[in-house]
Design a binder for this molecule. Structure first.
Ligand SMILES: Nc1ncnc2c1ncn2[C@@H]1O[C@H](COP(=O)(O)OP(=O)(O)O)[C@@H](O)[C@H]1O
Ligand SMILES: [Mg+2]
Length: 270
């Protein structure tokens, strides 16, 4: 991938900003409750919190899959909630997403799965690998090489291990040349070794490309080792927002108990 031109604007302006965002799903359920947060360009932020705390809801506000009931969401300088149609699609091209279950097309080859990452900017259906422009196939091979799987290009995607499948999903995401990567529990289905490999790859790619990463996770230690910052959520509210630098293992477990709502004066809700 080309080295991006980094101007001081992108360094000083956050890639993402949520201002007093509340999402009311009805029936008394607040997916997000008065959330204000900034996500710095090029940084990796981990969202930590129990199931149901609002992590996916927050991520879905960033690419316009959810619209806030109140408050505003700004992504790459644009007010997401006000975008429809083409401007929304254009913004979504800058935002890649990876998921817990990888969402690959199992019977398709690895290379073709990676090529589908470009569908957002190609016109018309692609029914086989040969229907992608040669330049797209070449780029897909480069991305596969970047995630260490060039030798698996022609294998069926569903024959790969979970860790390898997530790396393919990352290669597919990179086909968009995104500015932002949203990762919704990207390692929740992986064994601990594969989980570290995937987080490490995300970290490398983020620093190579100034890619802003926002990822939900369950493991505090992974968050400390791979993120620049941790945002803790509980019942749709931010209960923690702190840099991981200088954070120690004991504090890590404190964070966990505070996020899970079990204890800790001073770390509790607002
Ligand atoms: N589409 C929806 N409709 C109604 N309630 C929802 C919807 N999506 C999420 N919720 C609720 O919002 C809260 C936060 O959910 P979610 O963001 O999925 O949490 P997490 O990703 O942290 O597990 C939960 O109470 C969940 O049931
Ligand atoms: Mg979720």
């Amino acid at each position: 991938m080309n080295h991006p031109i980094v101007d001081t604007d992108t360094l000083t302006h956050p890639a993402v900003r949520l201002e007093r965002v509340t999402k009311d799903f009805g029936g008394g359920v607040l997916g997000l409750d008065d959330v204000t947060a900034e996500f710095r360009t090029g940084a990796i932020t981990v969202l930590l919190g129990l199931s149901g705390s609002g992590k996916s809801t927050l991520l879905r506000h960033l690419n316009g899959l959810h619209r806030p009931t109140s408050g505003s969401v700004s992504v790459l300088g644009q007010d997401v909630a006000s975008l429809r149609g083409r401007p929304l699609r254009t913004l979504r091209r800058e935002i890649a997403v990876i998921f817990q279950h990888f969402n690959l097309i199992g019977p398709m080859s690895v290379l073709e799965n990676v090529c589908t990452g470009r569908l957002g900017s190609l016109v018309g259906p692609r029914l086989s690998l040969m229907m992608y422009p040669e330049s797209v196939r070449r780029q897909a091979l480069e991305k596969l090489d970047r995630v260490g799987l060039a030798d698996r290009a022609y294998q069926r995607a569903d024959t790969l291990s979970g860790g390898q499948q997530q790396r393919v999903a990352i290669a597919r995401a990179l086909m968009q040349n995104p500015k932002i990567l949203l990762a919704d529990e990207p390692v929740a289905s992986l064994d601990p070794v594969s989980a570290r490999e995937v987080m490490s790859l995300i970290q490398e790619i983020s620093s190579e490309n100034q890619l802003t990463v926002i990822s939900s996770l369950h493991q505090v230690q992974l968050a400390i080792d791979f993120a620049d910052r941790i945002v803790g959520l509980r019942s749709g509210r931010i209960v923690l927002d702190q840099a991981t630098e200088g954070l120690y293992a004991e504090e890590a477990s404190e964070i966990y108990t505070s996020v899970s709502g079990m204890a800790l004066a001073g770390h509790g809700g607002r």
